[in-house]
Design a protein around this ligand. Structure first.
Ligand code: NAI
Length: 345
């Protein structure tokens, strides 16, 4: 079976080549992202393998269907870049529901510690033999309250890491976890209570119509003054303009961002020789209390290995049995959630 692999990065290849060869799946690696202009490259392939910033909208799906492409294999968990309703009846969509939730949760904590202990500033100073401590005063995480929005696989691990630091946890989820509810130090609350009571807020819910700009002007006004916001989930959960305004007004004390609303134009690429045309991103990055990483929370050896293994297994399972536990349902859930058990007809 031949798959067109879009948005290839050097770190993707070794794992996919190895698992592909072992299982009879050949990947043709394209550096370009999948979109309306590049979809023609998928002609003649059984499937496409795509990542978070590839575009799988109605137009792209129609072209893939026209070419006889049968599978969209997402090598990520989030699927907000796929028009699931339009894909129904035309093409299978599979994903990697979890590759290393630890990688993302640990990155969220790494960002938080870097921010609160001003490691990013200290690193730059000591490179220039500037060993002054002025302006580097941080604060203890012990005893602070962290608000965790979305307590699925990643959110729960992040909660446990925070509990290990002696923090109190306020949690908010559309579907609270019974297990977490009974954990000492964790309290499920309504969103407004979480916003008002948290010193730190970390986002771990998916991007949906409902959660788009969950953290906007109104939500920011409800937060504690000086709150630290961490977003390792999806950029559009946060209204970037409102975030910038919140930082300028000092309502937001610091922001740790691994994702950004308009990241597909900039992230994952070396833009150091280009003029940054996104003024909001440029302004955010210029702030001393903002740390931006380029959607790298997932990037560990363990996660890359799991991503390649699960993606190849998804492809094999679908081609051999016509079914796959990681197939996405047109309603946007998983095959397991789908009551009639038929995600594709
Ligand atoms: P998950 O599906 O295990 O958990 C998501 C949780 O969010 C669930 O408990 C769900 O009930 C909750 N949720 C759904 N809608 C909600 C709403 N409207 N309000 C509050 N909670 C809501 O997903 P997982 O694996 O924990 O991943 C979370 C997110 O992390 C993904 O959706 C993805 O966007 C992001 N992610 C980011 C990565 C990175 O490299 N930065 C890598 C992997 C995932």
């Amino acid at each position: 079976m031949k798959f067109a692999f879009f948005d290839t990065k050097p770190y993707d290849k070794p794992h996919f080549e190895r698992y592909g060869q072992e299982n009879g799946v050949t990947f043709k690696f394209f550096e370009t992202k999948l979109n309306e202009d590049t979809v023609k490259l998928a002609h003649g392939f059984h499937g496409v393998c795509v990542f978070v910033n590839d575009t799988v909208n109605a137009a792209v799906i129609d072209r893939l269907h026209e070419f006889g492409v049968k599978i969209v294999a997402l090598r990520c968990a989030g699927f907000n870049n796929v028009d699931m309703k339009h894909a129904f009846g035309k093409i299978h969509v599979v994903r990697v529901p979890a590759y290393s939730p630890y990688a993302v949760a640990e990155h969220a904590m790494a960002l938080l510690l870097a921010s609160t202990r001003k490691i990013h500033k200290a690193f730059n100073r000591s490179k220039e033999f500037n060993f002054s401590l002025a302006g580097l005063t941080g604060f203890d995480l012990y005893g602070k309250t962290v608000g965790v929005i979305g307590t699925g696989k990643i959110g729960r691990i992040f909660v446990n890491i925070c509990l290990g630091f002696g923090m109190k946890v306020l949690a908010y989820d559309k579907f609270p976890s019974k297990e977490l509810e009974s954990t000492a130090g964790v309290k499920y609350v309504e969103l407004d209570e979480l916003l008002a009571g948290s010193d730190i807020i970390s986002l771990h819910c998916p991007l949906t119509e409902e959660t788009q700009h969950l953290i906007g002007k109104e939500a920011i006004e409800k937060c504690k003054k000086g709150v630290v916001l961490i977003n390792t989930s999806r950029g559009a959960l946060v209204d970037s303009e409102a975030l910038l305004a919140g930082i300028k007004s000092r309502q937001i004390g610091a922001a740790c961002l691994d994702v950004y609303e308009e990241e597909s134009d900039w992230f994952f690429e070396d833009n150091s020789a280009n003029i940054m045309e996104d003024d909001t991103l440029a302004r955010l990055i210029s702030m001393p209390n903002v740390i931006v990483t380029s959607h790298q929370a997932f990037l560990t050896e363990e996660a890359l290995e799991n991503i390649a293994e699960t993606t190849v297994n998804n492809i094999i399972s679908l081609s051999k049995t016509g079914q796959c536990p990681n197939e996405l349902c047109y309603r946007g859930g998983t095959a397991e959630d789908c009551k009639d058990g038929k995600c594709f007809a």
